[in-house]
Write a protein that binds this ligand. Structure first.
Ligand code: KG4
Ligand code: ZN
Length: 362
C-alpha cells in the first residue's frame, strides 16, 4: 500500500488530497479537497496573481488538514508528499512547494515535485487504468495540447496553440459578450439556446498539415460580429455563442483528427487505443460528444475522467507522485528545487512563438 498526500496551488484552486494504491494495484482517492477562489477573482474578470498567492497562504494549512482528516490519516501515515512545482503562477507555486518541503522535512517522508501537466496527463490511469502509450488532449484555460504519453515522465508534445488557449478563447468570448467569468460554462449554456447557422466563424488552420491549434482569430471574428450588430439582444448573444461553439467543435474535429491518424499509423497494433481528454474545457458537452464520435471513427476510445478530476485538483498530483515513486523517479536534490512558472512536459519541444505569455491557468 502506498499513500500519497498531494498539494495543488498553481492557479486559483487551493487543493489537497490523499490518494492510495493498494497492494493489488487498485488506486483509491481517500480524500479530495478543493477550495476554489473564483469569487475572489470574479470582480476582475480573471485570475489576479497576487490575490491568488495570498489566498493560498491563508487556506493551504487548513485544506491539508481537512484532506488528512477526511482520509482518517495523520501525517505519519502517508508515504510521501507530492506538490505541484510548476507550471503556473509563481506565488501560488512557492506557497505549495514550500509547504510540501516543510511537511517532508518535519515528517521525514519523500517529497515529489510534480509537473501540473503530468498530473492532468496521468489522471486517466487513476480513474480508468489506461495503459501506455495513449494520446492526451489537454484543453484548459492555459493549455491546448496534444501529447503522446509513452510512460511516466516520457512525453512527446505533438501539438500546442500558437496563440490563445481554448479555455481562454471561451473566457474572452464570454467577456466581450458581457457574460460572467469563468466564461466556458456560460458560453456553453447560451449556445444551447442559440442558432449556430446564423454566424459563420472561421475554422483556424483548417487543412494544414501541422497538428497545432490557433484560436485568437476566432475570438477577433466574434468581436467583429458582435460590434457590427451592437447593442446585442439576448438572442444575438445566444446565436453568437452557438456559432462560436460550432466553430470550436469543427476545428477540434479536424485538428485532433490528424493527431489520431498519426497515432493510429504509429501504433497499428494497439487493440483499443485511448484518447484521454483533460482540463476544464473537457466539461463541455458538445466538445465531449464531438470527440466521442471522432474517436469512434478512428477506432479509438475516448476516456474522459469525471469533471472534478478534469479540472484542477490535488488527487491528480498525489497520483502523479505515486506513479513517480513507483517508477523510481525520485531525486535527491528536491529540497533545493525552485518552483518553475514555465515547465513544458516535453522539454525537447520547441517553444511556440507567442504562446504561454497569456493565460494564467495550466
Ligand atoms: O482546468 P481548469 O479548471 O483550469 C485550468 O485552466 O487549469 O480550466 C478552466 C477553463 C476556463 O477557461 C473555463 O472557461 C473552461 O475551462 N471551461 C469550459 C467549460 N467549463 C470550464 N469551457 C467550455 N465549456 C465548459 N463547459
Ligand atoms: Zn490544470
Amino acid at each position: 500500500m502506498i499513500r500519497m498526500l498531494g498539494i495543488e496551488t498553481s492557479c486559483d484552486e487551493t487543493a489537497a488530497s490523499v490518494v492510495a494504491l493498494d497492494d493489488s494495484g487498485v488506486p483509491r482517492i481517500l480524500s479530495n479537497v478543493v477550495l476554489s477562489q473564483i469569487e475572489d477573482h470574479a470582480a476582475f474578470g480573471g485570475v489576479v496573481p497576487e490575490i491568488a498567492a495570498r489566498a493560498h497562504v491563508e487556506a493551504l494549512d487548513g485544506i491539508v488538514e481537512a484532506a488528512l482528516k477526511e482520509a482518517e490519516l495523520g501525517l505519519g501515515d502517508v508515504d510521501g508528499v507530492a506538490a505541484t512545482a510548476g507550471p503556473g503562477l509563481i506565488g501560488g507555486l512557492i506557497v505549495g512547494l514550500m509547504t510540501a518541503k516543510a511537511i517532508a522535512a518535519a515528517s521525514g517522508k519523500p517529497l515529489l515535485p510534480v509537473n501540473h501537466l503530468e498530473g492532468h496527463a496521468l489522471t486517466a490511469r487513476l480513474t480508468d487504468d489506461v495503459a501506455f502509450p495513449y494520446l492526451l488532449l489537454l484543453v484548459s484555460g492555459g493549455h491546448t495540447q496534444v501529447v503522446l504519453v509513452r510512460g511516466v515522465g516520457d512525453y512527446e508534445r505533438w501539438a500546442t496553440t500558437i496563440d490563445d488557449a481554448l479555455g481562454e478563447a471561451f473566457d474572452k468570448t464570454a467577456k466581450l459578450l458581457g457574460l460572467p467569468y469563468p466564461g466556458g460554462p456560460n458560453v456553453e449554456r447560451q449556445a444551447e439556446a442559440g442558432d449556430a447557422s446564423r454566424f459563420r466563424f472561421p475554422r483556424p488552420l483548417r487543412g494544414e498539415q501541422r497538428l497545432d491549434f490557433s484560436f485568437s482569430g476566432l475570438k477577433t471574428a466574434v468581436r467583429q460580429a458582435a460590434t457590427a450588430i451592437a447593442p446585442l439582444s439576448g438572442q444575438d448573444v445566444a446565436d453568437i455563442c452557438a456559432g462560436f461553439q460550432l466553430a470550436i467543435t469543427e476545428t477540434l474535429e479536424e485538428r485532433v483528427g490528424r493527431s489520431l491518424e498519426r497515432f493510429r499509423s504509429l501504433f497499428p497494433d494497439i487493440g483499443s487505443p485511448a484518447l484521454v481528454v483533460a482540463g476544464g474545457v473537457a466539461a463541455n458537452k458538445a466538445i465531449r460528444a464531438t470527440l466521442d464520435s471522432l474517436c469512434a471513427r478512428h477506432g479509438m476510445r475516448l476516456v474522459a475522467p469525471p469533471i472534478a478530476l478534469c479540472t484542477d485538483n490535488a488527487a491528480m498530483i498525489g497520483w502523479a507522485g505515486i506513479e513517480r515513486l513507483r517508477a523510481g523517479l525520485v531525486t535527491n536534490d528536491v529540497m533545493t528545487m525552485a518552483p518553475r512558472s514555465r515547465w513544458p512536459l516535453d522539454e525537447a519541444a520547441a517553444p511556440m512563438i507567442g504562446h504561454g505569455k497569456r493565460g494564467a491557468k495550466a
